[in-house]
Design a protein around this ligand. Structure first.
Ligand code: FES
Length: 138
């Protein structure tokens, strides 16, 4: 998505990625990400980048933006449910629900919408309704 939607390097439309992990050893594909977006890295233990949760680093970045910049943002959150919920809580402090899209790592099994293993709490199935679900189901 960053490759398709992100702008050229050193332009205002360049995509930004906020990447978080427990430790530096849990960070993957950083070179590939850096090739297509401006990357902000956080680790819980501070072994690389910002020390703390990626959602806290995101809040600090959003606090530097003008209302016009905030109004133009679109968020695509990917990862485990607690991290996505934390990121959404921060994003909702600054932006509208329709700017926020989520791909939570629900367990998938059949992959074709039959078994229900990948159901989000509102019943949408990640395998056929996703991978990104809007923050508000309607
Ligand atoms: S994995 Fe079975 S419904 Fe999505």
């Amino acid at each position: 998505m960053a490759r398709d939607l992100g702008g050229e390097k050193n332009t205002a439309s360049r995509a930004e990625m906020f990447i978080g992990a427990r430790t530096e050893e849990r960070l993957y594909f950083l070179d590939e990400c850096a090739a297509i977006a401006d990357c902000h890295i956080a680790t819980d233990d501070g072994s690389r980048g910002y020390k703390g949760f990626v959602s806290e680093m995101l809040r600090e970045r959003l606090q530097t933006m003008s209302q016009q910049e905030l109004d133009s943002l679109c968020f695509y959150n990917c990862g485990p449910e607690p991290m996505v919920h934390a990121a959404v809580a921060v994003q909702k402090e600054f932006c509208r629900d329709d700017q926020i899209h989520n791909a939570i790592d629900y367990m998938t099994k059949c992959g074709v919408g039959i078994c229900g293993a990948c159901n989000a709490p509102d019943g949408r199935r990640l395998c056929v309704d996703g991978p990104f679900l809007s923050n508000s189901p309607n």
